[in-house]
Design a protein around this ligand. Structure first.
Ligand SMILES: Nc1ncnc2c1ncn2[C@@H]1O[C@H](COP(=O)(O)OP(=O)(O)OP(=O)(O)O)[C@@H](O)[C@H]1O
Ligand SMILES: [Mg+2]
Length: 373
């Protein structure tokens, strides 16, 4: 279809947009805009009535989701979203203070595959008819998500590599004692059972730490969120990071008195990656021996995880730049750790903040919504 360009310039004086004529009906190239929206925009533009029924959708829906526009007119908006995101959107858009809401969501295509999209919903009240509408913009962000996934994976691998030194140490110690016990057993020592028990314990230690390392090296394969225990995830991460801390004489203390047996809905692999990044940063911020306190507490329907270090702290200049991609003060840092943490936590409807401690070091605070039962 050709764009009717000539129409664009028929009444130039009327093209000035003021408050009075801020309606498509007052603009002479109305039809051209409609055609352009219908055929040329890369994003899906859609209009829904107050009850959530689809009134109009641009042709981009065929390219992005595979549906022909005429086949889906009158569909309910809920058919385009997974149940959870639909509920979040509903809650936010029903709030009279919100005129607009944005979310990243996985939307089903006609072929059953899900695709990452950025969705913007705007409430619109037609000044003439007084009718309310919702205008939805849907942007395909699958390419951006794939890049994020790759960056996130390479960061994970880089962390796994960096942890290897500490872990090699941690494994060498039990191996040395295992070797010693085997030699004792070979020499015909009597109290064999005692030695066997210790050997099994040592092997269990090695097993735990190597399986943690393998777990974090696995690519993030899905976005499935399940019920997960915060304390279990923290304990597993601490297990992995303790060797690194031990090399610097740093103790990691976990205080869960104010929050036992609490669960969130989340992707275990991703949440653990956040804990690893934050605790590893805390270890790296400390030159000498000291303690990292991890305090978990429940506040209303949220869980708060404070990672408090005794390190060099963050000065005002740095605080502005912490969330910048590639900002690092470390020789081997990627400067992506916190960027990825922020992205993961935001996707889990949480927040991540940081501040300087009064005496020494800094605190990184993660807040996540608790699972409602
Ligand atoms: N606990 C902390 N104390 C002091 N500075 C910190 C702390 N955590 C982060 N920073 C600062 O923020 C910067 C960015 O951290 P980020 O985790 O994003 O990347 P990185 O640690 O430098 O690299 P990588 O995570 O790849 O090892 C760090 O280089 C450091 O200067
Ligand atoms: Mg880091």
């Amino acid at each position: 279809m050709m764009m009717k360009k000539e129409k664009l310039f028929t009444h130039p004086e009327k093209n000035v947009v003021t408050d009075e004529n801020l309606s498509l009906n007052n603009i002479p190239f109305n039809e051209v805009i409609k055609d352009w929206i219908k055929d040329y925009t890369n994003d899906i533009i859609s209009i829904w009535d107050k009850s959530g029924k689809l009134l109009y959708i641009s042709n981009a829906v065929q390219r992005i989701l595979g549906y022909h526009p005429s086949d889906i007119v009158n569909w309910s908006w809920r058919k385009f979203l997974n149940k959870e995101d639909a509920n979040i959107i509903l809650k936010n858009i029903m709030n009279p203070n919100n005129k607009e809401y944005q979310i990243e969501s996985q939307i089903p295509q006609l072929n059953g595959h899900y695709i990452w999209c950025h969705v913007t919903i705007i409430k619109h009240r037609d000044t003439q008819t007084k009718k309310e509408y919702y205008i939805g913009f849907i942007k395909d962000i699958s390419a951006k998500k794939e890049v994020q996934r790759l960056i996130s994976y390479s960061e994970k691998m880089s962390i796994a590599g960096k942890l290897a030194t500490g872990i090699a140490h941690e494994i060498r110690n039990p191996l040395t004692s295992l070797k010693g016990f085997l030699q004792l057993l070979q020499s015909g020592v009597k109290e064999k059972d005692v030695y066997f028990d210790i050997m099994v314990e040592e092997i269990k230690k090695m097993e735990a730490i190597t399986s943690e390392l393998l777990y974090i090296s696995k690519p993030i394969s899905n976005n499935i969120q399940k019920e997960e225990s915060i304390i279990t995830m923290l304990l597993e991460v601490i297990e992995l990071l303790r060797p690194e801390a031990k090399l610097k004489n740093i103790i990691i203390e976990l205080d869960t008195e104010k929050a036992e047996n609490i669960h969130i809905k989340g992707n275990k692999s991703e949440i653990k990656q956040v804990f690893i990044n934050i605790i590893k940063n805390a270890i790296e911020a400390m030159d000498n021996q000291g303690t990292i306190h991890i305090i978990v507490s429940v506040i209303c329907d949220e869980v708060r995880i404070d990672v408090i270090d005794e390190g060099i702290g963050i000065d005002d200049d740095q605080i502005q730049r912490l969330e910048e991609a590639f900002f690092t003060t470390k020789e081997n840092g990627t400067g992506l750790g916190l960027v990825i943490c922020k992205e993961i936590i935001t996707r889990h409807q949480g927040t991540i903040t940081y501040f300087q401690n009064k005496d020494k070091g800094s605190t990184f605070r993660i807040i996540l919504p608790l699972l409602k039962r």
